[in-house]
Design a protein around this ligand. Structure first.
Ligand code: NAD
Length: 301
């Protein structure tokens, strides 16, 4: 029997990322029991082949692997820790894989509590956006023991194309924060260049292609152009809905700065990027995709 057919999975958090990830596990043959606080999110995943549980505790009953994809540290700690947390309910030997982007220190806290209960834990945040989640091509950055990662690899491969072992517990989150701070800065830089181009009378499609193939080329120009109409299927071309929320990016850059304070690293552009995403959020755009930051630089991109 294949790993997929024999391994019951409990999946908590079925939002923009978790929803398609849970569906990919179900498609790969894993018996997935899933839960989200949002009935709408549950409905989509039920249509994708998973069974919907009545609660998080119900979702993990009998699970050999538990996957979570929640917004932030407080949600993950709230789900797993304490007398009523899920760790207290899981059978020893159960593998817990948290793919949310959270503080490395939080990941280590949950890892320690899991280990103390005889459970296995990996922090395994992802990159690749909602399109990558739907296509099953995410990049996983993993913190934890090599043997545990080997055990999780078949399951991770049903959701992603690249797996990097970043180090011990919390290292996956550290790698993710470095990546997202860079992405936050790149999106602002790309927005600024495209806005300058517009003021010079350049066509944003032509300019995007010029920069994509020149030394300014980067992921935002390849996959996630912030100007409406330049690229199909990206949040900018559907009113900045779906995708990766501004408030989630603000959280990630905040976590990167917090981590930098702890380690003594110098991150001046990260600091400036956080201020810009915070202003954008304060202006009421926290729920829009983070590429809408172009509206802060040029209100009519
Ligand atoms: P989202 O807001 O779309 O989804 C989060 C889901 O968690 C929601 O459906 C919410 O109802 C659910 N939830 C919250 N608390 C819960 C609880 N206690 N029990 C059950 N469900 C609960 O967020 P998302 O875009 O899917 O992002 C999830 C995580 O992945 C975040 O940490 C984010 O930073 C990270 N991430 C997002 C992207 C992206 O492109 N959206 C890419 C990489 C990483």
């Amino acid at each position: 029997m294949s790993d997929a057919n024999s391994t019951p999975v409990g999946f908590i958090g079925l939002g923009n990322m978790g929803g398609p990830m849970a569906i990919n596990l179900a498609k790969a043959g894993y018996p997935v029991k899933a839960f989200d606080l949002s009935a709408d999110a549950c409905k989509k995943v039920a249509e994708g082949g998973a069974t919907i549980a009545a609660s998080a505790a119900d979702a993990v009953k009998g699970a050999k692997i538990v996957v979570s994809m929640l917004p932030a540290s407080r949600h993950v700690e709230g789900l797993y820790l304490g007398d009523k947390g899920l760790l207290a309910l899981l059978e020893p030997g159960t593998l817990v894989l948290d793919s949310s982007t959270i503080a490395p220190v939080s990941a280590r806290k949950v890892a320690e509590a899991a280990t103390a209960r005889g459970l296995e834990f990996l922090d395994a945040p992802v990159s690749g956006g909602t399109a990558g989640a739907a296509a099953g091509t995410l990049t996983f950055m993993v913190g934890g023991d090599t043997a545990v990662l080997e055990r999780a690899t078949p399951l991770i491969k049903s959701m992603g194309a690249n797996i990097f072992h970043a180090g011990g517990h919390g290292a996956g989150q550290g790698a993710k924060l470095c990546n997202n701070m860079l992405l936050a800065i790149l999106m602002i830089g790309t927005s600024e260049a495209l806005s300058l181009g517009k003021s010079l009378g350049l066509d944003p499609k032509v300019l995007s292609e010029v920069m994509r193939r020149s030394s300014g080329g980067n992921w935002t120009l390849e996959k996630y152009n912030p100007v409406p109409g330049v690229m199909e299927g990206v949040p900018a071309s559907r009113g900045y809905t779906g995708g990766f929320g501004t408030d989630l990016m603000l959280k990630d850059v905040g976590l990167a700065l917090e981590a930098a304070l702890g380690s003594g690293a110098c991150v001046p552009l990260g600091g400036l990027a956080r201020e810009l995403y915070a202003s954008h959020s304060k202006a009421g755009h926290g729920g829009l995709d983070f590429s809408s930051i172009i509206g802060l630089i040029n209100p009519q991109p």
